[in-house]
Design a protein around this ligand. Structure first.
Ligand code: NAP
Length: 295
């Protein structure tokens, strides 16, 4: 065994593929795993069958009380040992931005961002923190053609507020909320590095577009079918391709020098767009997050 890795959202898609990639490593370099999420028994059994030592911390990330309890359970499991890596992989895209978490926050922002900020803030600093980003924070020609909206940044307290009204604001608003949550993760990563200091490696992993994962499960069936069809195009990724790359960023020496929220697209470091660096927004997000989590 070589250290302990905590991963959220390990039950399907990218997280499951990363877990199996870590569990399948030779025993001398195989980490102990702490799985944080819902309905963990199937993936835990798969990882154990590969030889891994696995702990299950059952947690609904849309409930901050459960996230705090999970952090307590993880601290007990670690018994003062530091985590080798924390992989904040869980993600969701609610198809209705009026949908609220148990704590009253817009669900996409709550699960992708707030739950991870709570978890990370409640644990001793791991050696590596890998957050999950998405290139949808900015627009490009393909995303415009496919109708995938870029982020439309607002004050974090507003981003955390569910939409109101009798009618679902629709998939475009849902996409904006997702892109905003992923831009928040970039801002958070930059600010987090300033707070934890250079001893912790903070990076952001982008798996590439993986159509057909559970992320789009709330989208209309026709949209999901288009996604699955596009998934057969060359160059498009899958959990099976990107999961081992995520495991590598969490574990391998070649990534030990990542700092300051370095953005890794599958297996190469990419410069983020200028909009993803903004000291004022980063500071404000940090302060607002403290207020939201304390509420
Ligand atoms: N798919 C893409 O093209 C793409 C591109 C860029 C970035 N990403 C990011 O990659 C990460 C993994 O996405 P994916 O495509 O693998 O999606 P996925 O197949 O839907 O997997 C998401 C994981 O998050 C978990 N999760 C969601 N809501 C949760 C909650 N309330 N409590 C606990 N766990 C929860 C899911 O658990 P359940 O099984 O319990 O729902 C699942 O294990 C996400 O952060 C996503 O934003 C994906």
């Amino acid at each position: 065994m070589t250290g302990t890795v905590l991963i959220t959202g390990p039950t399907r898609g990218l997280g499951r593929a990363a877990v199996l990639a870590m569990a399948g490593r030779p025993s001398a370099v195989r980490p102990e795993l702490i799985l944080v999420g819902r309905a963990l028994s199937a993936v835990a059994a798969e990882a154990r069958a590969l030889g891994a030592r696995v702990h299950e911390v059952s947690t609904d990330l849309s409930r901050l009380a459960e996230v705090r309890a999970a952090a307590g359970a993880v601290r007990q499991l670690l018994d003062d040992r530091p985590l080798r890596a924390l992989v904040a992989n869980a993600g969701a895209m609610s198809s209705d931005t009026r949908e609220a978490s148990a704590d009253g926050f817009e669900l996409t922002f709550a699960v992708n961002y707030l739950a991870h900020a709570q978890l990370i803030g409640s644990l001793p600093p791991p050696a590596r923190i890998v957050l999950l980003g998405s290139n949808t924070y900015h627009a490009n020609v393909w995303r415009r053609l496919l109708g995938v909206p870029e982020a439309q940044w607002r004050d974090p307290v507003e981003l955390a507020r569910p939409a109101t009204g009798a009618v679902n604001p629709g998939m475009k608003a849902a996409g904006v909320a997702y892109s905003d949550a992923k831009l928040a993760i970039l801002y958070y990563a930059h600010e987090l590095q300033r707070h934890v200091g250079p001893g912790v490696a903070v990076s952001v992993f982008e798996p590439g577009w993986m159509p057909g994962t559970g992320l789009g499960r709330g989208a209309p069936a026709a949209m999901q079918a288009v996604g699955r069809a596009l998934g057969r195009l060359p160059g498009v990724s899958t959990p099976e391709r990107s999961g081992p790359a995520l495991a590598s960023v969490a574990l391998d020496d070649k990534w030990a020098g990542l700092r300051d929220g370095a953005f890794v697209l599958k297996d190469r470091i990419v410069e983020v767009k200028p909009i993803a660096h903004d000291r004022d927004r980063e500071r404000r997000l940090w302060a607002a997050t403290g207020e939201l989590l304390a509420a």
